[in-house]
Design a protein around this ligand. Structure first.
Ligand code: SF4
Ligand code: SF4
Length: 96
């Protein structure tokens, strides 16, 4: 069963105008959130986005924006364990 995250809270945004349809984002996304239709990227399953940031990092024209780590699983588990606000406590987008 495919894991779903909280509904309609993902920060993923895609600029249809900037996209050149290279498909890099579809190759790196671990949850098949993005597809290609009519030679442009489209978000097909936003609620499955884990906000890892891989798509944005690999997009050659900066057509994708996502606030990486805002909703990451590590942050949520850290919050559960500590009773604090969810935070992965890494201070860097590189650790998750
Ligand atoms: S942030 Fe990660 S999970 Fe979300 S669409 Fe991009 S690559 Fe996929
Ligand atoms: S990586 Fe960027 S340019 Fe390439 S298909 Fe995805 S959004 Fe479009």
């Amino acid at each position: 069963m495919k894991h779903k995250y909280l509904k309609n809270v993902q920060t993923l945004r895609l600029s249809h105008d900037k996209c050149i349809g290279c498909g890099k984002c579809t190759e790196v996304c671990p949850h098949n959130v993005i597809g290609i239709e009519n030679s442009k990227a489209v978000i097909t399953d936003k609620n499955s986005c884990m906000e890892c940031g891989a798509c944005a990092k690999n997009c050659p024209v900066s057509a994708i924006k996502v606030d990486a780590n805002v909703g990451c699983a590590a942050a949520i588990i850290f919050g559960w364990l500590t009773g604090k606000e969810p935070s992965c406590d890494c201070g860097s987008a590189e650790c998750c």
